[in-house]
Design a protein around this ligand. Structure first.
Ligand SMILES: Nc1ncnc2c1ncn2[C@@H]1O[C@H](COP(=O)(O)OP(=O)(O)O)[C@@H](O)[C@H]1O
Ligand SMILES: [Mg+2]
Length: 407
C-alpha cells in the first residue's frame, strides 16, 4: 500500500507536469538510477523513482516522487503488485526505465498487470530470449560478431567434456544470472582446472540456470569496450555512445569504477549489427573485450537497459534516457553520436572511488589521478545537491561512528 506521504508527494509531482507521461525509474540505489531520474526530469517528465531501500541515492534527487517497493530479485510478485497500485493511483500512462535485470524481467513478463505503465520499446517476446547470455552468443553468430571461445553444457557429462577441451584460465557464468548472483554474490566463477569448472557447472545449475564456460580473454580492464545505444524501428540505433572501462572494482571481473569516452568504429559497427539482427528497441549497453592476440572485439554481453556510468554518454551529447522518453512521447529526437571529439573524457563517482582507494590502501597520487581533467562526476550537482551531500556526509559519518564504537 502506498502510504499517505508517498501519495501526497506523487500528486504534487504529477500536478507540476500535468500533460506529460510519467518517467518511472526502477532501482535508484546508485548512479545508474540517479542519472536516469535527472535525465527524465530534464526531458520534461514527472519522475517517479522506485526502490526497496529507504536510503536509496535517487530518493534524494530533486523533484522526484519516491516509491518504496519490494526488491524483484527477492519478491517479484510484491514488486509487481506495488507497480500495479502505483499505476492505479497515478492514473496516467508512463514509461519504465529499469536499471537492473531483475526489474527489466519482472516488468516485461508482467506487462499486462501494470499497464498503462509500459516499457518504451521492445516487449517480452524480444526481451525474454535476448536478455540471457546463451541466446546472445547465438545472436552474435548470426550477426557475424566474434565471441570468446564458449561451451554451453547441459549435463554433467557434457560439462566434463567441455572442461577437458577449454583453454585455462577459464570462467563459468550463468546465462540469466539473476538467481545465481543473488545466491552467490559474484558475477562469474573462475577456474584454473577442469574440476573447478565442473563444480561451477553444478553451482549454476543449482540456481535453475544454464552455465556458459568461456576462455578468459587476456588484457586489463581498459580492454573492455562499451557501446551504449538507443534504438527504434526494429533495432535502428539513433543514439550511439562508445567508450571503455579504465578501472573495475574488483579488477578483471568487477563493475566499473573509472570509465572513459573513446570512439572506435569496429565495436560500434558490431553493436549496430547486433541491434538490427535482434530487432531490439530501447536502451542497450553492449560490452566487448578487445582481444590483444588478434585485435578483435569479442562480445562479452548485451544489457537491455542503462548501465552504471551512462551519464557519461549524456555528457558527450548522447542523452539515451531523454531520447528514449521523448521518442516514446512521439517527438522527433534526430540522431546523436558521441564520436571521437569526446575521447578521454572520464566518468568517476568520486565518493565510492575515494572509499575504494582508501580501503585498498592505494597511494594518494593513484587515487587522485582519475579525478583530474575532463571528468563527469555522476552524483555531485549544484542543480540537485542533496544526493552528493548525503554521499559526502557518509564518507565522514561512517569512520566517525566506527571510531566511537571503538573499532
Ligand atoms: N570471456 C571473458 N574474458 C574476460 N573477461 C570476461 C569474460 N566474460 C566476462 N568477463 C568479465 O567479467 C565481467 C562480468 O561478466 P559479464 O559477462 O558482463 O556478466 P554480468 O555483468 O552479467 O555479471 C565483465 O564485465 C568482464 O570484465
Ligand atoms: Mg556485465
Amino acid at each position: 500500500m502506498l502510504d499517505a506521504a508517498t501519495t501526497k508527494r506523487l500528486r504534487a509531482v504529477l500536478a507540476e507536469r500535468p500533460d506529460r507521461p510519467l518517467g518511472v525509474v526502477l532501482d535508484v540505489g546508485f548512479t545508474n538510477g540517479l542519472a536516469s531520474a535527472r535525465a527524465l526530469r530534464d526531458a520534461g517528465a514527472p519522475v517517479i523513482v522506485v526502490d526497496h531501500r529507504r536510503g536509496a541515492l535517487g530518493f534524494k534527487s530533486r523533484g522526484v516522487a519516491p516509491v518504496l517497493a519490494p526488491d524483484p530479485a527477492v519478491d517479484e510478485e510484491g514488486f509487481i503488485d506495488a507497480l500495479a497500485e502505483l499505476a492505479q493511483v497515478a492514473g496516467r500512462p508512463g514509461y519504465l526505465f529499469p536499471t537492473h535485470d531483475a526489474h527489466l524481467v519482472a516488468v516485461s513478463k508482467h506487462a499486462d498487470r501494470i499497464a498503462p505503465l509500459v516499457l518504451p520499446g521492445s516487449h517480452w517476446d524480444v526481451i525474454g530470449p535476448l536478455m540471457a547470455k546463451i541466446p546472445q552468443l547465438e545472436l552474435a553468430e548470426r550477426a557475424g560478431v566474434p565471441v570468446p571461445r564458449s561451451f554451453m553444457p547441459t549435463t554433467r557429462a557434457e560439462a566434463e567434456t567441455a572442461a577437458a577441451q577449454i583453454p585455462y584460465p577459464a570462467i563459468a557464468k550463468p546465462s540469466i544470472g539473476i538467481a545465481f548472483k543473488h545466491a552467490e554474490k559474484v558475477q562469474v566463477l573462475q577456474a584454473d582446472r577442469p574440476e573447478q569448472l565442473v563444480d561451477a557447472f553444478e553451482r549454476i545449475a543449482a540456481t535453475g540456470d544454464r552455465a556458459i564456460f568461456q576462455e578468459v580473454i587476456p588484457g586489463g580492464d581498459d580492454a573492455l569496450w562499451t557501446v551504449g545505444s538507443f534504438s527504434t524501428d526494429g533495432g535502428r540505433a539513433v543514439g550511439t555512445f562508445c567508450g571503455r572501462k579504465l578501472v573495475q572494482r574488483p579488477p578483471i571481473f568487477g563493475t566499473c569504477r573509472v570509465g572513459e569516452a573513446r570512439w572506435a568504429d569496429e565495436p560500434v559497427a558490431y553493436a549496430d549489427q547486433l541491434l538490427r539482427t535482434s530487432g531490439f528497441d530501447g536502451i542497450t549497453q553492449i560490452e566487448f573485450k578487445r582481444d590483444p592476440r588478434d585485435g578483435s572485439y569479442r562480445l562479452i554481453e548485451i544489457n537491455l537497459r542503462t548501465w552504471q556510468w551512462h551519464s557519461l554518454a549524456r555528457r558527450c551529447g548522447v542523452d539515451l534516457v531523454g531520447m528514449c522518453y521523448r521518442t516514446a512521447c512521439g517527438e522527433d529526437v534526430g540522431r546523436a553520436i558521441s564520436g571521437p571529439r569526446h575521447d578521454g573524457r572520464r566518468w568517476v563517482a568520486a565518493v565510492p572511488h575515494l572509499k575504494a582507494g582508501f580501503a585498498g590502501r592505494e597511494g594518494l597520487r593513484d587515487i587522485a589521478r582519475p579525478l583530474v581533467g575532463l571528468i563527469e562526476e555522476p552524483v555531485f550537482s549544484l542543480r540537485d545537491p542533496k544526493p552528493g551531500a548525503v554521499q559526502a556526509a557518509g564518507l565522514v559519518v561512517g569512520p566517525v561512528k566506527r571510531r566511537l564504537r571503538g573499532r
